[in-house]
Design a protein around this ligand. Structure first.
Ligand code: FSX
Ligand code: SF4
Ligand code: F3S
Length: 385
């Protein structure tokens, strides 16, 4: 059945040349490249791309290539709960490695709600088969929140609640990846008043290690980098205290922001269409959550390094933070409109430091503004003469 269900790559058994019969020796990434007539050069290029994407230094390429040569393709089961599917939309845009390389050549994607061509009873039967056959070996990737209200009926899959599927799949998984803020902490479904009783998936995964990859959605290359790390090394990458891979969530957006010099100089856009905004000044006063948000947008950027929200003139809304939907209005700084919810409870002290910085810079900002107004008036005056 496996050959008819997966998106296009399956746990292919390799024929035992002596007996000519199938043995359960799954292909490695190198076997797949060979079978497809791809060159050693393209295999090594693929390994180099993976190494970079996993946040490893280039001297680890040989180690990655060795693992890719010998290790059978890891079986991946990818399920979706309550969400908008934006995470998969992000994933399929991964450029290095290409998402198509990941699902066609680098993992054995056996079940995926979105990418699989199959559906219905055979598809669900295949999932059961995979879960049994590869018990304790497969990687479970989860997108979306777990909904619990009214016994979870608001999110069903294959005739069962999503939470039932999640528990069943988590039980035999070797490792679990929670993709997106919804899977990590409930996301938009869990936003007040949370009508479906949604939460992150952690309550349903038992004691299995969960790698949290937040973002709404996460950066495509972060998604491929994390699954390939688990796939090739058989271990989860080094995680921070919130279960996030350190190599991708080790920096605040604020610390890698190219607008940071304007923040430090107290030069803030006050409106989306003012001169400061047009000149690329800091977006802090327009609600930027960069100072309390950990993600790689500032250094990796999106779409092959093309851009990211701040570069497009939009403040970071903190989409990789738990409960960011409830921390609006997004175009205003929290301390400004809700003094009761002070930054200490939100930004773990870091935003407090920023707030102090902003107070310090406010005077400079006022001076800048006065200078600008004076210059504009002078220009206007000379034009009227
Ligand atoms: Fe959530 Fe993802 Fe935002 Fe959407 O799977 S993190 S709503 S981009 O799709 O879960
Ligand atoms: Fe960049 Fe936002 Fe920090 Fe300003 S507040 S420097 S726009 S991250
Ligand atoms: Fe999200 Fe902020 Fe990056 S809104 S995409 S974490 S810049």
């Amino acid at each position: 059945m496996a050959g008819h269900i997966g998106p296009s790559v399956y746990c292919k058994s390799i024929k035992d040349e002596r007996g000519g019969k199938n043995v359960d020796k799954r292909e490695s990434m190198w076997d797949v490249y060979l079978r497809k007539g791809m060159s050693r050069r393209s295999f090594l290029k693929g390994c180099a791309a993976l190494t970079a994407m996993m946040g490893l230094s280039s001297d680890k390429v040989a180690k990655v290539a060795e693992a890719a040569e010998k290790k059978p393709l890891p079986v991946v089961v990818w399920i979706h709960g309550h969400e908008c599917t934006g995470c998969d939309e992000s994933f399929i845009r991964s450029a290095a490695p290409l998402a198509s390389d990941v699902v066609l050549n680098e993992v054995a994607l056996e079940y995926d709600h979105l990418l699989s061509a199959a559906s219905g009873a055979p598809f669900e039967a295949h999932l059961d088969e995979v879960i049994q056959k590869y018990k304790g070996q497969y990687i479970l990737a989860v997108e979306g929140a777990a909904c619990t209200k009214d016994n979870g009926v608001y999110c069903m899959s294959g005739g069962h609640t999503f939470t039932h599927l999640l528990q069943k799949a988590a039980d035999g998984a070797a490792a679990i990846i929670a993709y997106g803020t919804c899977a990590v902490s409930g996301g938009i479904q869990a936003a007040s008043p949370n009508p479906t009783g949604s939460s992150g998936i952690a309550h349903f995964t038992g004691s299995k290690p969960v790698v949290n990859v937040p973002g709404c959605p996460p950066i495509p290359e972060v998604m491929t980098g994390v699954v390939m790390h688990v796939a090739l090394f058989g271990t989860v990458p080094p995680l921070d205290s919130e279960g996030r891979p350190r190599q991708f969530y080790g920096n605040r957006i604020h610390d890698t922001c190219y607008r940071r010099p304007f923040f430090d100089a107290g030069m803030f856009a006050e409106n989306f269409d003012d001169e400061g905004s047009k000149a690329g000044w800091c977006l802090y006063k327009l609600g930027c959550r960069g100072p309390e948000t950990y993600n790689s947008c500032g250094n990796m950027r999106w779409f092959q390094g093309m851009s990211y929200p701040i570069q497009s003139g939009a403040p970071c809304i903190g989409c990789s933070n738990a409960h960011f939907w409830d921390e609006g209005p997004m175009s205003r700084r929290l301390p400004q409109f809700s003094p009761a919810v002070d930054v200490d409870t939100i930004g773990a002290g870091l935003a407090a430091v920023t707030a102090v910085g902003v107070v310090g810079h406010a005077a400079a900002s006022v001076v800048q503004k006065k200078k600008r107004i004076a210059a504009e008036q002078a220009e206007k005056g000379s034009g009227e003469e």
